[in-house]
Design a protein around this ligand. Sequence first.
Ligand code: GDP
Ligand code: IMO
Ligand code: MG
Length: 421
Amino acid sequence: MSVALIIGTQWGDEGKGKVVDYYSKNADYVARFQGGNNAGHTIKVGEEVYKLHIAPSGVIQGKTGIIGNGVVIDPEILIGEIENLTKRGIKPKLLISDRANIIMPYHKILDGAEEQLLGDKKIGTTKRGIGPCYSDKVSRNGIRAVDLTDKKTLDNLLKRIVPVKQKMIDIYAIDYTIDKDEILKVYSNYGQQLKDYITTTHIELNKAISEDKNIIFEGAQGTMLDVDFGTYPYTTSSHTIAGGASIGTGVGPKHIDSIIGIVKAYTTRVGEGPLPTELFDKTGEYLQQKGHEFGTTTSRPRRCGWLDLVVLRHSTMISGVTKLAITKLDVLNGLKQVKICTKYQLDEREIDFFPANIEDVQKCKPIYKEFEGWDMIDKDAKKRSDLPLEAQKYLQFIEKELQIPITLISIGPGRKETIEV
Ligand code: GDP
Ligand code: IMO
Ligand code: MG
């Protein structure tokens, strides 16, 4: 039996969906523990492409997907995703934590209103209501999955919460009146549609562990979007790091056997906020075009740059990463030279850690180590030694610097384009 935790080590979109799907072949359960439908996880099986926002990626391989208590759920999106997958011949096996918070219509309104008010200081959120929903959870004004299944409870909660939310919307001078009765009708209907999935997933998972089942925890977003350890305030509102898995599922940390950090072979970011190795030149464009770096959720172009070891040292340390999975190595094909940032120049100093002060991060200039590029990776490569020598050297350097073994190399979006080391 094994419990593996898979997290993004950069700013999201590292290829978590692909890697989770790959490892799912041996799993019984795949559980999401944080985030919501701000995530977009892509899985390519043959010619079929699945873009999942809320269902765990393991459902594509027919595994039981758990939506943990730490996830925030937009029921309309979830029901749509279930219907869509079912139409495509995959009836997802899902269990939803009774304690997961629900994204309500006013969360989406408030997400947009806050961003608008911030103007050019905006976070660049996905406008899915994620931040306002997590804020309400922490300030104890949330509505949880279990509440949708009981109309009286939901009504009582809405009676308490809606007047406060209306006041906030009015302060933002948004012309929107929350229709409590309409929400009650629509959301208790969602509750009826989802009630068979809603359960005590923390008990289910702990029972599975005691029965020696295989479990994968699937992170969303990435470490640099973590609300504590990311580029705050340009982050999401949840704990994207390994520690989040325990809180977001109710499984004690002692049960986790391996922590797999997904590392894209270069760096990307969607939305606002600092990205020290960002490239504004032809190489940046090359990575964006060759890597199809356009958001899975919002279709926004992703900003691209070289691989950043300062970021990776930070993310592998705070999550205690035990194995690395390198993705999109093939995107670097054809570049004469590739670079890895090893340190930052901050004013007069050279630093090798990620600063907390956002103004300092904005000032950091990357210091690079240069590597010879390579022409092409054979799509059928099955061993690390099948890779061009230059690509092997690139990987060796990452491994040596981080002192963590690479156990998977992804050289294309498909399941087969994977080298397991
Ligand atoms: P996630 O959010 O971490 O699951 O990543 P996304 O699905 O948002 O973005 C990753 C994109 O890269 C998707 O379009 C994947 O199909 C694609 N992808 C994943 N691994 C590879 C790879 O090794 N090579 C290439 N070329 N594409 C990949
Ligand atoms: P996956 O799971 C990349 C970014 C948004 C924005 C910030 C806050 O596919 O890797 P939010 O809507 O969460 O309040 O937005 O976080 N963001 C992501 N960027 N991949 C994601 O998910 C993201 N989820 C949120 O672009 O900058
Ligand atoms: Mg994504």
